[in-house]
Design a protein around this ligand. Structure first.
Ligand code: ZN
Length: 362
């Protein structure tokens, strides 16, 4: 288990305990009189209690029990007042997430189905003010939250549950966001990429519009059927988020992560999905965009060869192309991208997610 996974399990446990703790508060509040009645430590009394003493002890016990019952009723009344306005049969839902929220990454959120009780017909969510599109996956609801670069330390996760009778319920959690430091690098590329011509700028603009429109269309259901996997071995030659200075002029951030590869090496789909774009693009070279459903997309760029067609469904691990050096590059490699809720994020975070499917497939 890696560092992130450990942290996730710890945090999930804390969240579950926090929920259990708030439900268990009634039991704790009812115990002070029991603690007060506990015998003092020390030598046992030398004199046997008389019958009269026994009666007094029994009376004291009954009195303590009566006070306990009274305390319990008070606590229950307080809980009812605090829950006023909420549908009566609703307790907080079990929520787990992985990896730990980190600047520039995505994290997966699972909302567990209850063994009994009312099940929601829909869940919507929000984190750092970006929407989370939950969908059913196995016996749970699953959604990806985006944590763009420059997201501040503590953010609220809001979950909204809808039920078949039209009633709704909201649950919130505060999650800490880990900050990250990004490196910077100087790069040399052909001048046509650092200062594109007017004609090239027009093409870049057209492609941007196409990509934006494509990233607006997504399958209403999850298309994935396995956890995400790396399209190539995870030898990162340039990390996500790196600040870049091209030919000493153009500054940008690296919006994907670069994986090592030679011309012709295989590039595989990170998960099951539908091909939305499979064509040559100005900066990305030969690029493939996959829709995995619920607003989650991955991209594979600079390919020497594209092996899929627009509209085609590809399975997890299926060949989508071959490594190359097309577009704005300094040499052959695979540029791997992830988009969630319109944000370009570190695709590496996909590999640290706990999916409902994971328990049976790993
Ligand atoms: Zn790259």
């Amino acid at each position: 288990m890696n560092k992130h996974a450990k942290r996730f399990y710890f945090e999930s446990l804390v969240a579950m305990l926090a929920i259990a703790g708030s439900l268990g508060a009634a039991a704790c509040a009812s115990s002070p009189s029991a603690a007060a009645a506990a015998p003092e430590s020390g030598p046992a009394p030398a004199i046997q209690p008389t019958a009269y003493d026994s009666v007094r002890a029994a009376d004291a016990q009954r009195e303590a029990a009566r006070r306990d019952a009274e305390d319990l009723r008070e606590v229950a009344a307080e809980a009812r007042a605090a829950n006023a306005g909420r549908p009566p049969s609703i307790l907080p839902f079990g929520v787990t997430w992985a990896p730990a929220p980190e600047e520039g990454s995505a994290f997966g959120i699972r909302v567990l189905e209850r063994p009994s009780g009312r099940q929601p017909t829909a869940i919507t969510g929000e984190f750092a003010e970006f929407p989370i599109r939950f969908g059913r996956l196995d016996d749970a609801w699953f959604g990806l939250a985006a944590v763009p670069i420059d997201t501040e330390r503590d953010q609220t996760l809001i979950l909204r549950f809808e039920f078949d009778d039209g009633s709704t319920y909201e649950q919130t959690l505060s999650l800490a966001v880990e900050s990250r430091s990004f490196t910077s690098s100087q790069m040399s590329v052909a001048p046509k990429y650092s200062s594109p011509s007017a004609e090239a700028l027009e093409r870049i603009d057209r492609e941007r519009t196409l990509i934006r429109s494509v990233l607006d269309t997504t399958s209403a259901e999850w298309l994935i059927d396995t956890p995400f996997r790396a399209p190539r071995p995870m030898n990162i030659t340039s990390p996500y988020g790196q600040a870049r200075v091209f030919n000493g002029e153009l500054r940008s951030r690296h919006t994907g992560l670069d994986l090592k590869g030679a011309d012709g090496d295989p590039v595989r789909a990170a998960a099951r999905g539908r091909v939305l774009i499979a064509q040559e693009l100005y900066y990305s070279g030969n690029g493939v965009y996959l829709d995995h459903g619920r607003g989650v997309y991955t991209g594979y760029f600079h390919l020497s060869k594209i092996l899929v067609e627009v509209g085609e469904m590809v399975e997890a691990g299926q060949l989508v192309g071959e490594v190359g050096s097309t577009g704005r590059v300094t040499g052959p490699h695979l540029h791997w991208s992830l988009w969630v809720a319109g944000n370009s994020l570190d695709a590496g975070s996909l590999l640290e997610m706990t999916l409902p499917l994971e328990e049976t497939s790993r």
